[in-house]
Design a protein around this ligand. Structure first.
Ligand code: PHE
Length: 454
């Protein structure tokens, strides 16, 4: 966001800048923490297969609509949806649901990001002392009281500070330089994990699907992950679309973002599962999977402790780009109301998110571990409500908007900017968007509620 567009709105300077920022929002804990943990809890390759299909037939088309509507309206998500069809203000509900989702996501996201930041120091400390981290480290951290809360507060303060200062330029630069490093380190992890004896079982676990394992609930998790991963269904990508240069070709950009993001998830999976199997661990390790596995992978290598802390440093950096993009959704809306400036809006949002984050963080603590709503603790409830309910519902509305409610001509004109005539992929995405995406989301939502049986 470095060059001012007309009307003095922020804008990405180039297509490459837009690509990097969009990817910066997409890549985060979703790839390194959530993808492996959900894959492990939902039976492996069959989940991965459904996830890949969800990215192709739901994720990419919705990413295209969000970027298109954002660029067309050049406004915050709530305003963009509320005014995209004159006389139909109710679409603003998509933006309002998105703001709600942003709060729920941040409540647990900052908890996990706090664990990542803590691990940077813990692993470095262990390296200096010549010891290694083990399963007890994670249990003590996540199940503690003050320690996880302080880390969460620190992470939120950092993100709020960045948003308040509006230093997106710095963040963009840091993310752009360090993202390739994360990629390289993931490949180092992969090589180490794949050369462990017994690694093959992990690869098979990830890539040889047993479709009999699929249930409606698992399919819903895969769909929810696709939304969460590409930051969809809550206005983040609409906001980023509003900074997109006119010459950026939306369909190829969206496709590249989805491909790069998916590659990072698969690389993380290829590091974790072979190691889990080689060390005789359980794939269904839950939210602690990443934290228990990565130190183990590196512990058998020279300078392993150093690699472990580097891995968590890079993961920590990846979380910042994602968190900034989540926080920006409510902040942009609050600023638009005109009562608060950027700093006030950032502080208010960050404070509310911390309040909501406390029950999520303490849900692994004996204090709140037994408090269950719909059979889920606060952490899982916030995650479920956002990823599996609000984001798919928002996505459904967005798909209906793009495929049916907006004029096909206007929509195509914006989507295909940069081309002399409508390219084949524009027509393909539009066809999928109209005839496949909304129905897929609807069927998955209804069948997971037990309303229909497939
Ligand atoms: N895509 C981010 C990740 O995978 C999370 C995110 C969700 C960011 C929703 C913005 C909006 O970590």
């Amino acid at each position: 966001m470095s060059v001012s567009a007309p009307k003095s709105r922020d804008a990405f300077a180039s297509t490459l800048g837009a690509f990097a920022a969009t990817l910066g929002s997409a890549i985060g804990l979703g790839n390194i923490w959530k993808f492996p943990y959900l894959t492990g809890s939902n039976g492996g390759a069959a989940f991965v297969l459904v996830y890949l299909l969800a990215i192709a037939f739901v994720g990419i088309p919705i990413l295209v609509v969000e970027l298109t509507i954002g660029r067309k309206m050049r406004a915050s998500a709530v305003r963009a949806y509320g005014t995209v069809i004159p006389g139909q203000r109710f679409w603003a509900g998509v933006g309002v649901a998105g703001v709600t989702a942003a709060f729920l996501i941040m409540a647990f996201y900052t908890d996990v990001a706090g664990w990542v930041f803590a691990y940077v120091f813990k692993s470095f400390g262990a390296f200096l002392c010549g010891t290694a981290l083990d399963g007890r480290t994670f249990g003590a951290l996540a199940g503690g009281t003050w320690e996880p809360l302080l880390w969460q507060a620190a992470v939120l303060a950092l993100t709020t500070g960045i948003i308040a200062a509006g230093i997106s330029k710095g963040i963009e630069k840091v993310t752009k330089t360090l993202m390739p490093l994360l990629f390289i380190l993931l490949i180092v992890c992969d090589i180490r994990a794949l050369t462990l004896p017994g690694a093959g079982a992990g690869v098979a676990y990830l890539f040889r699907p047993d479709l009999s394992k699929l249930t409606a609930a698992i399919v819903l998790y895969a769909l929810g992950l696709a939304f969460f991963k590409l930051s969809l269904g809550m206005g983040t990508m609409t906001t980023y679309g509003s900074y997109l240069p006119d010459e950026t070709r939306i369909v190829p950009t969206a496709t590249r973002v989805a491909l790069a993001d998916t590659a990072v998830s698969l690389l993380a999976g290829l590091a974790i599962f072979p190691a889990v199997f080689a060390f005789g661990g359980k794939p269904a390790g839950g939210p602690g999977l990443l934290f228990n596995t990565i130190p183990l992978i590196f512990s058998r290598m020279p300078l392993g402790g150093l690699f472990t802390s580097m891995f968590f440093v890079l993961t920590a950096i990846a979380t910042i780009g994602a968190m900034v993009s989540i926080l920006e959704v409510p902040v942009a809306w609050i600023i638009e109301q005109g009562h608060l400036g950027r700093r006030g809006a950032a502080l208010l949002t960050g404070g509310l998110m911390f309040a909501l984050g406390i029950p999520a963080t303490l849900s692994q603590n004996p204090l709140l571990a037994e408090v269950k709503i719909f059979g889920k603790n606060f952490f899982d409830l916030f995650d479920f409500m956002s990823s599996n309910v609000l984001l798919p519902l928002g996505g459904l509305a967005i798909a209906i908007l793009g495929g049916w409610a907006l004029s096909r001509k206007d929509f195509a004109a914006e989507m295909n900017k940069g081309y002399a005539s409508e390219p084949w992929h524009g027509r393909l995405v539009f066809g999928i968007l109209k005839f496949l995406t909304p129905f897929l989301i609807l069927v998955i939502l209804l069948s997971s509620l037990g309303v229909i049986n497939i």
